[in-house]
Design a protein around this ligand. Structure first.
Ligand SMILES: Nc1c(C(=O)O)ncn1[C@@H]1O[C@H](COP(=O)(O)O)[C@@H](O)[C@H]1O
Length: 165
């Protein structure tokens, strides 16, 4: 029997984005959420992008995390072709430190939303946590794991700073 489609799709414009997007994958893994990671580019593989985005809901995905850098059209184009929630991660570009990625993703025209996260690693982690929060609305076990994840995060923060070694 074929494996069921995981709830989260992590898509990215290039192999070079994986160094950032793997943080989303790791965070989903820590929460026990299955995902599929794929390279899909609105620029370089437009047919693959259209096929993925148009078919994502029917394929069984619930949430899409889309990371891209530079002229980052992938999250917005994907959002225009699917009713699923799309969280965009601006990948830090070499030329403009990810400011270009951020502005390309965040400034969507009214009507087609992309939930835009921070540039780079923090954005990738938070995209996974937002995806988890959405899925947890209809999954009590996941809601408990997410609460535990956050409690662990708080517990790891010391009350007072110490001198660096
Ligand atoms: N922004 C996009 C899209 C897209 O938006 O469809 N496809 C690739 N790219 C981006 O180009 C950058 C450089 O890619 P290379 O490292 O492959 O040259 C990557 O950050 C990728 O997300």
């Amino acid at each position: 029997m074929a494996e069921p489609t995981p709830p989260v799709a992590i898509i990215m414009g290039s192999q070079s984005d994986w160094a950032t997007m793997r943080h989303a994958a790791e965070t989903l893994g820590e929460l026990g959420i299955a995902f599929d990671a794929r390279i899909v580019s609105a620029h370089r593989t437009p047919d693959r992008m259209v096929a993925f985005a148009k078919g994502a809901k029917a394929e069984g995905f619930k949430v899409i995390i889309a990371g891209a850098g530079g002229a980052a059209h992938l999250p917005g184009m994907t959002a225009s072709l699917t009713p699923l929630p799309v969280f965009g991660v601006p990948v830090e570009s070499k030329a403009l430190s990810g400011q270009d990625s951020l502005l390309s993703i965040v400034q969507m025209p009214g009507g087609i939303p992309v939930g835009t996260l921070a540039i780079g690693k923090a954005g990738a982690i938070n995209a996974a946590l937002l995806a988890a929060a959405v899925l947890a609305l209809s999954d009590e076990g996941l809601a408990e794991r997410l609460d535990a994840w956050r409690a662990k995060l708080s517990a790891a923060v010391a009350e007072r700073p110490k001198d660096e070694a």
